[in-house]
Design a protein around this ligand. Sequence first.
Ligand SMILES: C[C@@H](N)C(=O)N[C@H](C)C(=O)O
Ligand SMILES: [Zn+2]
Length: 186
Amino acid sequence: AGSQQDLVKIQNIDPAIYIDMRYAGIHNFTGRQVYTANVCVLRRGTAEKLARANAEFAKRGFRLKIWDAYRPLSVQKIFWKLVPDRRYVANPQGNASRHNRGTAVDVTLVDEQGRELIMPSEFDDFSYRAQRDYPGISPFAQSNAAYLAEVMEQAGFRSLGSEWWHFDDADWTMYPVEDIPLENFL
Ligand SMILES: C[C@@H](N)C(=O)N[C@H](C)C(=O)O
Ligand SMILES: [Zn+2]
């Protein structure tokens, strides 16, 4: 584990998964493009787990939509400067983010028309609304987030209490933190 070869483009593992890399555009909490290439990369094992989850969602007419996957460590440092709050951004020192290892994904669900399901909050809403169990959240949004987490956990991911959209591969410790530029994967 740990070489660039272990990192794969998700579209080569499961082309049915929707991709909208938010940090490759300006529609994200920084308000600017922080990724140097619009490419969605994960460890092969993580990508295979995600494909399994997507196949399960497809049985009920849904698909995964990815907002973020592998994130270079240098980008994590930019995020931490803006939001130094461990609930919402992992500290780039020490273990850093599971995203920096290519073993975390930020996802939601879309229906057959590609419309996003109602969820507890917008992506990267760094407030109590991002918690899937916050009492003020509508039962409908809560049940969609619970369904997302149930299938992702069955496929081998762990959910995060403070961000309903974030999932870590349970095997994340097998892989090191990377700072490989995204354009290397184009
Ligand atoms: C920045 C946000 N999308 C995110 O990924 N947060 C988690 C906690 C992380 O940085 O690993
Ligand atoms: Zn995340």
